[in-house]
Design a protein around this ligand. Structure first.
Ligand code: PLP
Length: 353
């Protein structure tokens, strides 16, 4: 089956093979080398000198770690859909004080609006979603980060779960204190591991926050990683780590970052042109995602029938997320999808609608 859903994605055969490498002791030198190598490559991918931490959990694990470990006074969440809202709910569920500001589906968060809220001076943590997988909107990260730079007391946290590996993210020039992603989207690996970068400012913040928990405590993760020679506090998924290390080497040294990002742009253009000719796009202010397109079902295609016919042809189709379930459908164009694979998928849909 070919998956055209926004994660999990198709995983290349060679990556799957590396995942089944024999086990080693997680307390061995080899485990340290493995984690150190991943850290170096993630620093290259994210353009950062910040510390790289891993978690044997999906991205939600490290998102929860951020709210537990980095909010001291009060957090603010600028949401553009389901995943921004979920991050805010995590903060509340962890007993943190937090506010949420949401935009209508299809819109991005506006830097000027964020500025007007941060001016109030009551927040010490601000989070955005870079790429909202439910609406296919990519937030204007550079504009927002330029606003964030004015507020040195605020920890700037960015969810790049559905953009890292498909879109260039410059953690250091955007001064992102906490950047998080998962393996099962644009990085092209199975689900089960998440990665974050942590600035010195963020590390310092964790030292002032009480009751950070244990498994998801960013300071514990940091101390094991940096002060204990790239170790992990518990038993990590070494299989994922092998695969991630191998895949990052492929992205950086074989495909090369620029080519990968360019391929994602091309895939997104092809998908949007196809969708515009047949349906409507959900995005309203031109902030299109390069990794997933949300299509408004303006022709009232029976999505259940379409999905089942596509399944017969060997494809996994994605309808909308949450309350957009029946109103939209999504086409993921991320990870290692080729132009030919995408075109074949779109041609198949054409024969069925
Ligand atoms: C933008 C975004 N943020 C967060 C998440 C949650 O990540 P995970 O499923 O890896 O926990 C997702 C998952 O789809 C997502 O798309």
């Amino acid at each position: 089956m070919r998956l055209f859903i926004p994660g999990p994605v198709n995983v290349e055969e060679d990556v799957l093979k590396v995942m089944s490498s024999p086990m080693i002791s997680h307390r061995s030198k080899s485990a340290s080398y493995l984690q150190q190598s991943i850290s170096k490559n993630m620093q290259i991918l994210w353009n950062t000198k910040n510390s790289i931490l891993l978690s044997t959990s999906s991205g939600s694990g490290l998102m929860e770690a951020a709210v537990k470990s980095l909010i001291l006074k009060k957090g603010v969440f600028f949401s553009l859909g389901a995943f921004g809202k979920r991050w805010y709910e995590m903060a509340i569920a962890n007993g943190k004080k937090a506010d949420i500001y949401e935009v209508e589906e299809g819109y991005s968060n506006k830097a000027e609006f964020i500025d007007s809220i941060l001016k109030k001076g009551c927040y010490d943590f601000a989070a955005i979603t870079h790429n909202e997988t439910s609406t296919g909107v990519e937030n204007p990260l550079i504009d927002i980060s330029n606003v964030m730079k004015k507020y040195s007391e605020i920890i700037f946290a960015v969810d790049t779960v559905s953009s890292t590996g498909g879109v260039d993210i410059d953690v250091d020039s955007c001064k992102i204190d906490f950047c998080v992603t998962s393996t099962q989207k644009c990085l092209g690996l199975p689900p089960g591991l998440s990665i974050c970068s942590l600035s010195d400012k963020a590390i310092n913040r964790t030292k002032h926050v009480e009751n950070r928990g244990y498994y998801l405590d960013l300071l514990t993760l940091y101390e094991y990683t940096i002060n204990k020679d790239y170790q992990y506090p518990a038993t990590p998924s070494l299989s994922h780590m092998y695969a991630l290390d191998y895949k990052l080497n492929k992205i950086i040294n074989i495909e090369k970052k620029e080519n990968r990002f360019q391929r994602h742009k091309l895939l997104a253009d092809i998908t949007r042109d196809w969708a515009r000719d047949r349906y409507k796009l959900l995005v309203k202010d031109n902030n299109y995602s390069d990794t997933v397109t949300a299509v408004v079902n303006s022709r009232e295609t029976d999505l259940k029938i379409l999905s089942s016919k596509l399944k017969d042809q060997g494809y996994v189709f994605s309808n909308g997320y949450g309350k957009l379930k029946d109103k939209t459908f999504r086409i993921a164009h991320m990870a290692d999808t080729t132009i030919e694979e995408l075109k074949a998928y779109l041609e198949t849909i054409d024969k069925l609608i």
